[in-house]
Structure formats: structure tokens, C-alpha cells
Design a protein. Structure first.
Lengths: 311, 351
């Protein structure tokens, strides 16, 4: 590894976590299953007909596993709900029409992705500034940034709506992306600052002494060490904006509507909740976030080098 | 001209044209923009104004480059935050001093009367107490469960990656779905919780019919959703402890609990505190789960829910704004206290 870091004698500590065996897997498996169970029920419900969803006793199993499960606890799985997500008939006997859900999914992905990316870039730079070039009154600025999160959404909504209407941002992508970026910034800044604070300045000083520019120091030395922080921030930011409802309800137009808003509309109009349909929407909606988290978790859990370089 | 630093003798005057002279740019903008508005039609005037503002920004950046690096790095973030967060905050703070109602569009200056009225209202204090109760319960539950889960995942074992995703999923669900489905679970007739309880008690089990039950229901739903957050942060800390410290401790035969307290905990403490801070702030704003599960019934109405009702159902915009700022003030005081204690402890540790 001939990165700048390696050249300066800066090595990653052996951060491989301890190995534990299959016993732990079993134990963890049981606990995780219990924890995951409510979600599992949602996923299973997505495959049920409407009457099955309301059945007592709960029909949890799609098949009798060779007669192990009594017949009355099983149901016939169906994919109707998933089809209904994208096109369904809105009244009895009517033609099935497209619901535009594909667009809503795209909107959610685009808006969440853009705002998280933007918050990461701007926030990490700002965190680096707060950490390495502290200004007078640094703590005050950081605290004010934190206070932006403390107000209940309802209070901020009215001025924001007015602001959007005046500037013409209402219902546009730019507006909602900027707003979500502002939501993600406080957490990003605080998190990344705490990671940057932990880094030892010795390696950076050594690099600078050898003539490295500030930019190289940032990108080649500081940034690789805080990858865990970046991953964690990205995951949280993504989850937050992905599921955000209140602001999306009020500030997105027909073109830019996100899935949570659309979901609430499917609950509202129908007589009694169509649990199967709701479950299907939620299951589909869950997949992108799970994928991103799955791929990021390596970076999340990779050990960082706190403590390798003696302070 | 690459450098913008000058020695004292050759420092440029106000009028010398170079790219770092932000004062000159501001002067130009102040002169040019009103002229443009008066003389030119609106579209060119807008572009002239835009260009002038751009010039000010560019000169400020050039001036700051290399000298005020901190300010430069921080500026974009501050700009976005001010525009989207601080400005609305100040606006609604201003509103809270008037008697503004969204449906009547009247504006009478009231000074602090909204605040006084809110603080004297027993209903408000009841809601605050409920909210405080929720905060303590959910945050404690999340911290404990999150920490235990992180301990579980702190070692590498087969299938760890997949099991981790399972535990992280509750956090990824949307509130609408969680609320709806937990109502489904808690439903007396076909909910799963009731069906399990029926095994034991042979009767319809209505969890949300009593205050304690409703509070428990909400706490369980909320803690279930957010414990993974704490878990992730603690895990990032646990994983970063260098192994050689544990090896040294094993050689010295240090007992387990000492190992935990002196080796593990310092690395975890920072992130644990961060998790505590953010979850507490969020818990004070608890709204979604309560709204969907109980809609404030059974004395579970939190302050955020109350503010929402005042603002939306009764259109008491100013009063709800005043109430929110009381809440904000409380949270600020608590956070300050927390930060002060946290800093004092770490200063003491470093000594």
C-alpha cells in the first residue's frame, strides 16, 4: 500500500475484530429474529389477500411445511398486492390504471440521494473547518447548528412554506433537496467533527513538513481515517430523508412527490386499511435502503485507527 | 496575482482593483444595484444584481483563501443552514410575539403575553410532564438495548453481516408504515399482541386502553425503531479499540469489568454521548408515533402533538410558536448542561 499515509510510516492497527464461533451466531440469530419479527410480519402480510390479513388466529405461514404447521395457520401467497402497487382499479369493476408509483420511487431515490450527498460534502468540509481551524466562538456556532434540530417540525413548517412559495421553490426538486440537506447538516457536522477531533495531528504535521499541500493532507490522510464516520452519516441521513413525511407532504408537488406521501394517500382514501397493499408498498420501499446499508456496512464497521499513533 | 497577503507598507487602499478587495465589491454592489433597479427593466436588473452579488462572493472567497480557511470551509454549510433553518426559526420567533392567526391574518403586537399565558396553562404543564416521562423512558430503553446489541455484534462471527442488516431494518421503516402496523399489532381483535395474550388470559387484550398500557405501547414502538441507531454508533466505537490493549490486559490478568471500564469505555464514550444527545433531542419532539398509535388519547399527548393541534386545528399560530420556543429553551438549557458536564468530565480525564 503506497498511499501517502503508508509512506509516512502510518499503518492501520490490526483492527480485525475478534473471532467468535457459531455459538454466537446462533445466539445472535435468535435475538435478531425476535427483533426483526415485526418487520417479517409486514413482509409476510404483503403476500396475503385482504381477508387473510385480518384473520384470527394469525395466518403466518405461506405453506404447511410438510404438515408441520396446522392448516389454519397458513395462507395462500399471492403477488396481487405487488401488482396493485403499480396499477390498480380505484373502484369496483373499473379498469386498472397506473398509479405512477414508479415516478414516486424515482423521486424518493433522487431526492434522498442528492441531499445526503450534498450534506456529506458540505458538512464534512465544515466539520474539518470547525475541527482544524477553529474560529473564535467555535462552540457557539456548533451549538447553534445543533439547536436547528430542536424545534418540532410543525413550528418550522409555516415559515418554510411561505419561504418556498415566495421563492418559487415549492414543488421543485431544488427546494426539497436544499431543505433535506439542511436537515442532515447538523448531524453530519457533529459526527464528522467528532471523528476529525479523534485523529492525531502528528501524521498530518509530518506530511506537511515533508511538503504536502493542505488539500493532499485532507484527501489522503484525514479522509481515509474517517470513512466509518462518513458511512454512518450517510446511512443515517439516507434513512432520515428516505422516510421523511411531513415536509414532503407539504412541499412536494405532483411531480416531485415521494413514496411516504403516496403511502399516506393510499391509507386515507380507502374504507379500512388495505393492509396487504400497504405492506407491499412498504416492502418495496424498504429494499433500496437495505441495499445501501448492506453495502455500506463494511465501511461502517471497519476499524479506524484511533490510538495507533501515540499522542 | 496569486497571493493576497501584503506587508503593512504596501497594503492596498480601498479603491485599488484586485480580486481580494471585498470592500470595494460591496461598495460597487450598493451603488450599482439600486441604479439597475431604477433604470433597467426587471430582467436585466435582476442579472446585474446577481452579477454584483456574485462579485462580492468571489472577492470574499479570494480574500479568505489561505487566511481564513476555517471560515471558508464552513461557509457553504452555514449558508444552507441559515437559509433553510435559521431564517424560518427567526420568523416564527417573531410571530410568537404577535397575535397571529393563520386564518384571520391579523397582527397585533402582544409582547410576551403568549409566553406568559402558555406558562400559566396547566394543560401545557401536563403535556410537558408527559413528554418528559416519554423522553426518560424511550431514551433509557434505546441506550440499554442499543448498547447490548452493539456488544452482541462487537465480535466477528459467521453471518454477522446479514444479521446486522436484520437488526438495522426497524430503523429504515417509514413512520407511516410503523404506525399503521403497530396499530395492527395492538388491535384488540386481530392484532398479534392480543392473540398471544389470549393464550394466557382468554380474553380480548386491549393494550392501549390504559395510560400505562398506551405509554408502554408507544415506548416499545419508539425504542424498537431507534435502538439500532444507538447500536451503530456504539459499535463504531467498540470496533475502533486497538486490539493490543486487550492483549496487554490479558497478559496482566486484568479482570473483565476493569478491562471494560478502562479500555473499552473511553473509546465508546464519545459516540455514546453523541447518541444520547441526539436521541434525547429527538425524543422531546416525539410526535409521529404518538399521533398514529393513540392520537394523544389516554393522556399520552406529548407537547409536540399539543403544539400541532393548537396550530392546525385551532389555528393559534402565534401561541403554538410561543409554546415551541419554550420547549426549545428547555432543550437548550438541558443540552448546555449536558455539554458542560461532558466537557468537564473529559477535561478531568485528561488531567
Amino acid at each position: 500500500m503506497t498511499s501517502l499515509a503508508a509512506r509516512f510510516g502510518f499503518r492501520r492497527a490490526s483492527t480485525a475484530v475478534d473471532q467468535a464461533g457459531w455459538g454466537r451466531t446462533v445466539f445472535a440469530g435468535i435475538i435478531c429474529f425476535i427483533y426483526f419479527f415485526p418487520v417479517l410480519v409486514i413482509i409476510v402480510t404483503a403476500f396475503k389477500e385482504h381477508t387473510d390479513a385480518l384473520a384470527v388466529p394469525a395466518k403466518l405461514f405461506p405453506t404447511t411445511f410438510f404438515g408441520l404447521i396446522p392448516e389454519r395457520l397458513t395462507f395462500d401467497p399471492t403477488l396481487d398486492n405487488f401488482v396493485n402497487v403499480f396499477s390498480r382499479s380505484y373502484s369496483a369493476g373499473a379498469e386498472a390504471q397506473g398509479t405512477g408509483f414508479a415516478r414516486f420511487f424515482f423521486n424518493s431515490i433522487f431526492i434522498a440521494g442528492a441531499s445526503v450527498l450534498l450534506a456529506l460534502v458540505i458538512g464534512t468540509l465544515a466539520a474539518f473547518g470547525f475541527s482544524r481551524h477553529p474560529l473564535k466562538g467555535n462552540d457557539t456556532y456548533l451549538f447553534i447548528i445543533l439547536t436547528t434540530r430542536m424545534l418540532p417540525a410543525i413550528v418550522v413548517i409555516i415559515p418554510v412554506m411561505l419561504l418556498f412559495r415566495v421563492t418559487g421553490l415549492s414543488g421543485t426538486y431544488t427546494g426539497i433537496i436544499l431543505l433535506y440537506t439542511a436537515f442532515n447538516l447538523p448531524f453530519t457536522i457533529w459526527m464528522m467533527k467528532s471523528f476529525f477531533d479523534e485523529l492525531s495531528p502528528d501524521v498530518e504535521d509530518a506530511a506537511r513538513l515533508d511538503g504536502s499541500t493542505d488539500r493532499r493532507v485532507f484527501f489522503k490522510i484525514c479522509l481515509p481515517q474517517v470513512v466509518a464516520g462518513l458511512a454512518a452519516t450517510a446511512v443515517f441521513g439516507l434513512i432520515l430523508t428516505w422516510n421523511e413525511f411531513l415536509f414532503a407532504l407539504l412541499l412536494t408537488g405532483v411531480e416531485t412527490r415521494t413514496v411516504p406521501v403516496a403511502m399516506s394517500q393510499t391509507i386515507g382514501g380507502d374504507i379500512g386499511v388495505r393492509w396487504g397493499l400497504l405492506a407491499a408498498i412498504e416492502t418495496l420501499f424498504l429494499i433500496p435502503v437495505m441495499l445501501v446499508t448492506f453495502f455500506l456496512q463494511n465501511h461502517l464497521l471497519r476499524g479506524v485507527t484511533f490510538g495507533t499513533v501515540k499522542r | 496575482m496569486s497571493s493576497t497577503t501584503f506587508s503593512a507598507s504596501e497594503r492596498p487602499g480601498l479603491l485599488s482593483p484586485h480580486w481580494g478587495n471585498w470592500r470595494l465589491a460591496c461598495l460597487l454592489a450598493i451603488v450599482v444595484i439600486p441604479l439597475a433597479i431604477m433604470v433597467l427593466p426587471s430582467v436585466p436588473a435582476f442579472w446585474v444584481g446577481f452579477a454584483a452579488a456574485g462579485l462580492v462572493a468571489v472577492t470574499a472567497v479570494v480574500n479568505a483563501w489561505g487566511r481564513h480557511t476555517g471560515g471558508l470551509l464552513v461557509a457553504p454549510a452555514v449558508a444552507v443552514l441559515v437559509m433553510m433553518n435559521i431564517f424560518p426559526l427567526l420568523w416564527s420567533l417573531g410571530l410568537s410575539f404577535f397575535a397571529y392567526r393563520a386564518d384571520r391574518q391579523t397582527m397585533n403586537f402582544l409582547g410576551l403575553r403568549n409566553y406568559v399565558r402558555a406558562l400559566n396553562d396547566p394543560v401545557v404543564w401536563d403535556r410537558l410532564t408527559t413528554t418528559a416521562l416519554f423522553v426518560v423512558l424511550t431514551v433509557t430503553a434505546q441506550m440499554i438495548v442499543g448498547f447490548l446489541l452493539a456488544l452482541l455484534f462487537s465480535k466477528q462471527f459467521p453471518l454477522r453481516r446479514y444479521l446486522l442488516i436484520l437488526v438495522l431494518t426497524p430503523m429504515m421503516l417509514s413512520f407511516v408504515a410503523v404506525g399503521a402496523f403497530f396499530r395492527y399489532y395492538y388491535d384488540p381483535t386481530f392484532g398479534l399482541v392480543s392473540q398471544v395474550a389470549k393464550w394466557f388470559t382468554d380474553d380480548n387484550f386491549v393494550l392501549v386502553s390504559s395510560t400505562a398500557g398506551a405509554v408502554t405501547a408507544i415506548v416499545i414502538a419508539d425504542a424498537w425503531m431507534w435502538s439500532p441507531f444507538v447500536m451503530l454508533l456504539v459499535l463504531a466505537g467498540l470496533v475502533s479499540v486497538p486490539k493490543h490493549l486487550y492483549e496487554a490486559a490479558a497478559i496482566d490478568r486484568v479482570p473483565q469489568w476493569r478491562r471494560f471500564w478502562f479500555i473499552t469505555f473511553p473509546y465508546v464514550k464519545g459516540l455514546l454521548m453523541l447518541a444520547l444527545l441526539f436521541r434525547t433531542i429527538e425524543a422531546f419532539k416525539l410526535f409521529d408515533v404518538v399521533f398514529i398509535l393513540t392520537d394523544g388519547g389516554q393522556r399520552t399527548e406529548t407537547i409536540a402533538l399539543y403544539v400541532y393541534r393548537q396550530a392546525i386545528q385551532f389555528n393559534k399560530t402565534s401561541e403554538s410558536a410561543a409554546l415551541s420556543y419554550i420547549l426549545l429553551f428547555t432543550v437548550i438549557v438541558l443540552t448546555n448542561l449536558y455539554l458542560y458536564l461532558a466537557n468537564r468530565r473529559s477535561a478531568g480525564d485528561a488531567a
